[in-house]
Ligand binder design. Structure first.
Ligand code: FAD
Ligand code: DLZ
Length: 510
């Protein structure tokens, strides 16, 4: 039977389930750069380059391996500007009898693919995505009957299932499941942070950069200094670079931020893992090997593996269990628009400027910048979840709805009523001061709260606490905050709320 096998831009691996049992003699692989996928959000230019160049390299590899590949390069005048249109034309041209694909990662596209059997007039087989540790069904079975879901318990299941960092008698290596308490050090410049892995653009990437600069010039960010890997081989080198140079300090400085360093000791592997260039098990095994070989401490290796085996799987499970309703959640009733400086970085708040500027240049910011700076600010300011989710989906090279949405709507905005996290990660400027050196270079004074030059995070924090008393006062993890707030003198509380209200009225100019 002659099949069309559709491989999406974030499925760049020969281990993808759509290729299982495929026959290079009769089956035809389809890959297409299309306007619909390239423009459903304002994708960062570097993400477009990564995916289009990654797709072109992967298609070339498939052809070299003997596959028949139909590859459509992007052009605004191509007749097929959606995946469905490209498939329809291929079916017409080749009389293909069936379409095979691996389930996609976004509800938006999933809904379309589910209609294809009818619209294309041939059977469409949608196979599970086997690149995850837990199937959707396994996660749903684990979650069933639980009122709140906690990553830690799911993570332990995944440790037991995979045997990662487990002793032969089923105990966690080192005696503890979680070494997070050791992972909160501030970074003061020593040890020096390693430069991130870089690879110079080859001719294919060069062509893609030119194309993106021509046809996607209004998209966020820049293609300048593009240095991501675009092949599995080079992504493997990026993994080796991380294990050798950054993993040993990953744990210690996992929650640190710096005015001078964009990347610190993070792996910068999410863009590759999410588009298929790296396999999550390979990544976790490489980290575990470093611990067994004495090259990295347990707090670093466990902390790193937990992010992939725990958080990444956990948010994916939640996404598929709760969509499409999850995307509409707004349990804190936020109504504010996203301040314009999220797109420009043009704000006097040093930490915000630094995080947004790095995002614009690199299509990357590390977890603490996303969670405790840009995320924390949106939470405190009461930005509508839909708007802040759209921003996060657009600006990062690793962003796909399945991973971005639960992180933003659940973890950051607490818009799901605490289904994903037991308490909001709301924090004042003190947290940012403790974890970074931004405050010493800031226009605002982190030690002030009510004055004109006071750090905006301080009064906005108390405004958040005050306006959400009904939501959080009975939360055992928030009780102390309410006691602290209630202990303050009425004049002090009034001054804090006045300062916050003034900031909220002038968000675009702070
Ligand atoms: P490292 O710090 O080196 O972590 C190692 C790996 O763990 C990452 O590569 C990633 O695969 C995984 N990981 C870590 N934390 C998470 C998490 N919370 N959820 C899922 N995987 C995780 N991650 C994305 O891949 N895509 C997104 O669109 C995305 N949006 C986010 C939005 C917000 C508001 C927040 C708070 C987090 C978001 N994350 C997202 C999670 C995390 O910030 C990124 O995975 C991480 O910063 C990627 O950089 P890294 O590869 O250097 O990660
Ligand atoms: C993100 C993306 C972009 C920008 N472009 C394409 C594309 O042109 N062709 C394609 O097959 N896939 C692309 N992708 C990835 C898809 O949007 C992705 O598969 C879905 O968002 C589901 O995760």
């Amino acid at each position: 039977m002659a099949n069309l096998i559709l491989i999406l831009g974030d499925q760049l691996t020969t281990d993808i389930s759509a290729l299982e049992d495929a026959d290079p003699k009769t089956d035809r692989i389809v890959m297409a750069e299309v306007h619909d996928e390239a423009s459903y959000t304002n994708h960062h230019k570097k993400k477009l380059v990564l995916l289009f160049s990654g797709m072109r390299h992967f298609a070339q590899q498939l052809k070299t391996d003997g596959w028949q590949v139909h590859y459509q390069r992007y052009h605004p005048e191509n007749p097929g500007q959606s995946l469905e249109a490209v498939l329809a034309q291929q079916i017409k041209d080749h009389g293909s009898e069936r379409v095979i694909t691996t389930e996609c990662g976004e509800w938006r596209l999933h809904e379309q693919v589910s209609q294809w059997q009818e619209s294309l007039g041939v059977p469409v087989e949608i196979r599970p995505d086997s690149r995850f540790f837990a199937t959707k069904q396994e996660f749903a079975a684990w979650a069933e009957g639980r009122k709140q879901l906690r990553m830690e318990f799911f993570y332990r299941e995944m440790r037991r299932k995979t045997g990662l960092l487990m002793t032969s008698d089923g105990q966690p290596e080192g005696g503890e499941w979680n070494y997070d308490a050791d992972n909160r050090r501030k970074w003061t410049g020593k040890p020096a942070a390693p430069a991130p892995f870089r690879i110079a653009p080859d001719a294919i990437t060069g062509e893609v950069i030119e194309m993106v600069d021509t046809h996607f010039k209004d998209h966020f960010g820049t293609t300048e200094d593009f240095h991501f890997a675009v092949t599995a081989e080079d992504a493997g080198q990026a993994l080796a670079h991380f294990i050798d140079f950054a993993l040993p300090c990953f744990g210690d400085f996992q929650d640190a931020m710096s005015d001078d360093e964009d990347w610190l000791f993070h792996s910068i592997l999410s863009p590759y893992i999410n588009c298929g260039l790296l396999d999550p098990l390979t990544v976790c095994e490489a980290a575990a090997r470093a611990w067994y070989a004495g090259q990295a401490p347990i707090n670093a290796v466990e902390g790193f593996i937990r992010q992939i085996l725990g958080w990444r799987e956990f948010v994916r499970g939640i996404y598929w269990m709760t969509m499409p309703g999850y995307a509409r959640e707004n349990r804190l009733g936020n109504t504010r628009d996203l301040p314009w400086f999220y797109w420009t970085g043009d704000t006097r708040m040093r930490c915000m400027h630094k995080a947004i500027d790095a995002t614009r240049r690199n299509a990357y910011a590390h977890h603490i910048q996303r969670l405790m700076v840009t995320g924390n600010f949106a939470l405190l300011a009461g930005v509508r979840p839909e708007e802040i989710c759209d921003w996060y989906l657009a600006v990062y090279a690793d962003a796909y709805d399945w991973v971005e949405l639960p992180n933003v709507l659940g973890m950051v905005m607490h818009a799901d009523g605490g289904y994903l996290g037991s308490k909001p990660y709301a924090a004042s400027g003190k947290y940012i001061q403790r974890q970074s050196d931004h405050c010493k270079n800031c226009h605002y004074n982190v030690n002030k709260s009510t004055e004109d030059d006071a750090c905006p995070f301080n009064s906005l924090y108390w405004h958040f606490i005050d306006r959400h008393r009904d939501d959080f006062a009975n939360n055992p993890r928030m009780g102390m905050m309410y006691r602290n707030w209630d202990r303050q003198k009425p004049e002090r509380r009034a001054a804090l709320l006045a300062r916050a209200n003034d900031l909220l009225d002038h968000l675009d100019t702070i």
